[in-house]
Design a protein around this ligand. Structure first.
Ligand SMILES: [Zn+2]
Length: 347
């Protein structure tokens, strides 16, 4: 019942009274089927995201157009103009059932609405970016991605800004959004590190909009899917970053490193026991000093690996070891003799 009620609420449409309860971007108060977030032509600034309708009125009681007119298309602005700006004398905001013609709730209209919650405009697709749980900068990126606004070489070529559409990473003929983020062999290598074993067969086959919808859509009470949803958002964002770094800064493309970077950032977003630790490490890295990080395989760092495990056998606090613990001596000798270990690493 709870989740059905959540869905049914989407069929509610608000009548604006004092505008203090209704969320400007998220609640249905202008059109019957969609919230304003579905119509935005540009990313919504962070400062405006959670504002109520009453926050968009100026001192003399008119709509404060300068706050939002550049973010919405003209037909929607005209609809807003037809709504009386909120004022305290109108009393509290009230809602009515937007899915039936007379505004009264009926079980029949609720069922009809639930069958087609999207209505005629596919607003849920555009809302995928705003409903994504994570940093605002990534949400803005996802919004651009959902609107096909990434300046790939195909897009720059279409605007006659460059001659070639060729992918610089693999030499493929057309670098469009899907190629950049999924189909390029360099991107595929990153996905191979990230994808769960039983990922859908269609992951590498479906068109762009289906691909984004399939991976960003929220499914209720599904923890692994929630992890994937966050991971996917971070992955496309980072793939675009590393692609730009490769193109403009002549940076390298290390699939394993990029995948590790994506996983670490995903963990940072999702609540887990390591989140604070990762955050602290990032804060340390961001200080005014130069830090060089290098990945060393466990086998090549066996003494440090031993000490990390050894510390777990000790109580909390500082422990000074005046002499090496007996079990580490063999490892130190191996290091001293330069004994090599083979390790299978997949890139
Ligand atoms: Zn490529």
């Amino acid at each position: 019942m709870g989740s059905t009620w959540e869905q049914t609420r989407v069929g509610m449409r608000w009548n604006i009274g004092d505008g203090k309860r209704v969320r400007f971007w998220w609640d249905c108060w202008v059109t019957t089927s969609s919230s304003l977030a579905a119509y935005t032509s540009q990313p919504i600034p962070n400062t405006l995201l959670s504002k109520r309708v009453a926050d968009f009125v100026n001192e003399i009681g008119n709509w404060n157009w300068s706050l939002f007119s550049h973010l919405l298309p003209n037909n929607i602005l005209l609809k807003i103009a037809s709504v009386h700006p909120p004022t305290a004398s109108h009393g509290a905001d009230s809602f009515f059932w937007g899915a039936s013609s007379n505004g009264n709730f009926s079980v029949k209209s609720a069922y009809e609405f639930l069958d087609d919650p999207i209505g005629n405009g596919d607003h849920s697709f555009w809302c995928l970016a705003w409903s994504w749980k994570g940093p605002h900068s990534i949400r803005v990126f996802l919004w651009l991605l959902l609107h096909g606004r990434l300046k790939t070489k195909k897009e720059l070529n279409r605007r006659h800004l460059i001659d070639s559409t060729q992918c610089d990473r693999c030499g493929g003929p057309v670098e469009d959004i899907l190629h950049t983020l999924r189909d390029c062999v360099t991107a595929k290598r990153v996905w191979s590190h990230l994808l769960p074993n039983h990922h859908p067969h269609s992951f590498f086959l479906c068109p762009l909009s289906d691909w984004l919808q399939m991976n960003l859509m929220r499914k209720k009470n599904n923890t692994s899917q929630e992890y994937w949803r966050v991971c996917f958002g971070v992955a496309v964002w980072r793939l675009w970053f590393w692609r730009n770094n490769f193109l403009f800064n002549h940076g390298s493309w290390e699939s394993g490193f990029i995948a590790t970077d994506i996983k670490a950032r995903t963990k940072e977003i999702l609540p887990n026991e390591n989140a604070i630790l990762v955050k602290t490490i990032r804060e340390l890295l961001a200080r005014d000093w130069i830090v060089h990080m290098e990945h060393v395989y466990r086998e090549a760092n066996s003494a440090a690996d031993f000490l990390a495990s050894y510390s777990l056998t000790k109580p909390l606090g500082l422990h000074v070891l005046p002499s090496p613990p007996p079990d580490i001596i063999g490892l130190l000798c191996n290091d001293a003799y330069g004994i090599a270990h083979s390790s299978l690493v997949l890139h």
